[in-house]
Structures are given as structure tokens and as C-alpha cells.
Design a protein around this ligand. Sequence first.
Ligand code: NAP
Length: 252
Amino acid sequence: MADRQSVPKRVLALGATSAIAQATLRLLAEQRASFFLVGRNPEKLAAVRSDLLTRGATGAVTFSADLDDTASHPALLMKAVTDLGGIDIALLAHGVLGDQSAAERDYTSAEAILQTNFLSAVSLITWLANYFEAERRGTLAVISSVAGDRGRKSNYVYGASKGGLNIFLDGVRNRIDRAGVQVLTIKPGFVATPMTAHLAKNALFAEPAQVGRHIVRAIEKRKDVVYAPPFWGLIMLMVRSIPRRIFKKMNM
Ligand SMILES: NC(=O)c1ccc[n+]([C@@H]2O[C@H](COP(=O)([O-])OP(=O)(O)OC[C@H]3O[C@@H](n4cnc5c(N)ncnc54)[C@H](OP(=O)(O)O)[C@@H]3O)[C@@H](O)[C@H]2O)c1
């Protein structure tokens, strides 16, 4: 049997213009992967495409779509399967941080965060889980966040969107692992990307390239969950273990 890593992969990237996605895709390009790149900005997508081709990608197709439009997902995903000739790895990377204080005041702000981070992901994962289950192979890799591990006053709407995603992925994994499908929940901590450009940086921030390496390694090792970088697993273990009567009075 051919070595798993030596066979070029066919990769569907949803939210391909994300900084973390780009870092991950670059490593897969070096392994001669081919790509179907989905994002909502055609210029940014074209730049990602040419970057991947110069790094060794054997092919790259771009497709512009606002992933909030769940009705468009089945046609988009069918096109990805047709153009790539099948999907080996699907990476879901799109997401918004949103505005927590706006979301506290106004439900429509909260709904927008949940639509992008949770509902659109549920729509894509539902289709892809059925596709991979029927194929009896494949990797479904989804970028969630450490913020989904416990609700905090500073970002609980974003956290809820990612926490819901984590539970959904746990259930999907429990259903299709037995069909030979890897379902990988990716939990980055702070990463220096456009999403966090407005935040003051500290020692806990990682670079996208570092996170990309952890993602590719977790795919290769067929892990279920990866904290990126891994020290966030310990931090979140401590955060989760703080008793609720103390936690509710903390400023986090
Ligand atoms: N940065 C962090 O500290 C951090 C930590 C934990 C988890 N994450 C997660 O990591 C993932 C990637 O984020 P990032 O840090 O790489 O930030 P980023 O570079 O800002 O990427 C976010 C991406 O999501 C895309 N997007 C947002 N809404 C979309 C929509 N409706 N349709 C299509 N694409 C949409 C954006 O597209 P445009 O380019 O068109 O705006 C952008 O490419 C997200 O799921 C995020 O929640 C990030």
C-alpha cells in the first residue's frame, strides 16, 4: 500500500483566504496537493491560488461564495468533488470574531456570528460527512477555538458558536469514525491574523505558520482534537476546572 503522506491530496478549503488556512494549505502544497479554494473575495483567492502553485500545488481552482448562504452549499460542494475528482481533505476555516458588546445589545449581531461560525459550518459538515461516509474515507478538519471550551463574559457569543461546533463535531465523529473518516476539531488559542489585528499582542499569541504545522501534523496522525499550539490544552483544562461559583465572579 502506498505511504499515506506520499499520495498527493485533493483538498477542499472553505474560507481559503483565512491566514490560518493559508499557512496550512502552503504545507499541503509542498506535498503536491491540488486545491479547490472557496472564499468570498476573488482577488484574495487569486493571490492564495498563485502562492500555492508556486509552492508545489499540482492544481488550484478558485470559487467565490459567501458561505453564510447555506442554500448554495450543495452545488458548491458537488462542483468541488467534480473539479478535484474527489475530496481527500476538507478544511473549514471561515469564521468571524464579531462584536461581543454589540451582540449583548442586539440579537441580530449575535445571530450573524452564529450564522457564520455555527450554522453555515453545520450545513457544510452535514453534506461533507455524508460524502465521506459514503466514500468510507477522508478527513474533515474544522477550525473551532479554545473559546468554545468555556463561556466567558468577554466573548461568549463567539464562544457559544464554537462550543456548539465542538459538540456537533463530537457527534459527527461518533457517527462516521467507524466508516474510516477522520473528524478533526482544531482548537487554536490566540493567533496573529487579521481577525485579531486589533488586539494587543502578548506571549500567548502564535503565528499562523506554527498553527498550520500543528494542523497538518494532526491530520497526518489522524487525531480527533488538536489544541494549537498544544499548551492551550493545559490552559483550558485549568480554565474548565475552576469551580463555577468562583468563575462567575472572575473577569475573563
Ligand atoms: N486568530 C485567532 O486568534 C483564532 C483563534 C481561534 C480560532 N480562530 C478561528 O480560525 C479560523 C480562521 O481565522 P483566522 O484567524 O485565520 O482569521 P482571518 O484571516 O480573518 O480569516 C477569517 C476568514 O473567514 C472568512 N469569512 C468570514 N465570513 C465569511 C463568509 N460569510 N463567507 C466566506 N468566508 C468568510 C474571511 O473572508 P474574507 O477574507 O473575505 O474576510 C477570512 O478568510 C476562524 O474560524 C476563527 O474563528 C482564530
